[in-house]
Design a protein around this ligand. Structure first.
Ligand code: ZN
Length: 282
């Protein structure tokens, strides 16, 4: 079971028994910094495959949601994919683009799966449940058939979006998707080999108990492997980089509904987990 968490800034192996601190478990072979671990991802995976937990030496600590931060807290690059589910494109009235639509979320927007979504004043803030990919190897000019080998793992994300700002500047989405707290991701990183069907996972977004989005990642126009091929044809993807892979139908703005203080947004992906972020004012 290879699941890696970030507990209060420390890389943590997630087991059924609880979280085991990686730096301690590895006798300082690996440092605590979760982001730095992606630079040594292959080495980490090799070490982990031979590791046996010894709870007398390093205890498994109960996991507390509020302590689970982003598994990739400081990525060099964060990519978002627009209109990657046909039903979402249809609900917005947008025409399908002729090729992959890539934008950026500036990395300072990244937060954990249980942190607050801080609403800007007068904001028209919306939710987008998405499968999030974290890279485990540098990827430049990578073909689709070898793309998954460059992925460290996947987690659940919410591509939080300020719609007025997003749409005010033509197709330049990035500022509208990059307020602090607009990139929740978690609850932890699951390696692709844990997933029997990494390209076919149920995903949903529930706001205050009401299902708003529900689909499967197999509905993506460009699956993960094609996204990596297309981006890496231009930009080298670096270990620890993050890709938000697009959202299905059911976002709020097409129904005139935006997040309000106190709203609880739960995003879930099958075989990975659930993140839960409450909206609030700064
Ligand atoms: Zn999105």
């Amino acid at each position: 079971m290879t699941v890696l968490g970030n507990v209060l800034g420390r890389a943590t192996i997630i087991l059924d028994e609880g979280g085991v601190d990686l730096e301690k478990a590895s006798d300082n072979l690996f440092a605590a910094d979760p982001q730095a671990l992606y630079e040594r991802w292959d080495e980490f995976r090799n070490w982990l495959s031979g590791w046996q937990p010894d709870f007398d030496r390093v205890a498994a600590v109960p996991l507390i949601e509020a302590e689970l931060l982003s598994p990739a807290p400081f990525p060099s690059q964060v990519f978002g994919i627009g209109l990657n589910y046909r039903d979402h494109a249809a609900e917005t009235g947008a025409e399908m683009p002729g090729r992959l639509a890539v934008f950026t979320k500036y990395p300072t927007c990244i937060t954990g799966g249980f942190e607050e979504i801080v609403l800007p004043d007068g904001g028209t803030v919306d939710h987008e449940v998405e499968l999030v990919v974290v890279m485990g190897r540098r990827a430049h000019h990578i073909a689709d058939w070898e793309a998954w080998e460059h992925v460290a793992g996947v987690c659940v994300g919410n591509d939080v979006s300020e719609r007025t700002l997003q749409r005010a500047a033509g197709n330049q989405f990035s500022l509208g998707k990059s307020f602090p707290g607009f990139g929740p991701m978690g609850p932890w990183l699951v390696t692709p080999d844990e997933l029997t069907q990494p390209d076919d996972l149920a995903l949903s977004c529930v706001v205050n108990g009401e299902v708003r989005q529900s689909s499967r990642t197999s509905e993506m126009v460009y699956p993960v492997s094609r996204i990596i091929e297309e981006i890496s044809a231009v930009v080298p993807l670096l270990p620890g980089d993050v890709i938000f892979t697009g959202t299905p139908a059911g976002v709020g703005w097409v129904h005139g509904r935006f997040l309000e203080p106190g709203d609880v947004v739960e995003c879930t992906i099958e075989s990975i987990g659930t993140i839960r972020n409450t909206a609030g004012h700064a």
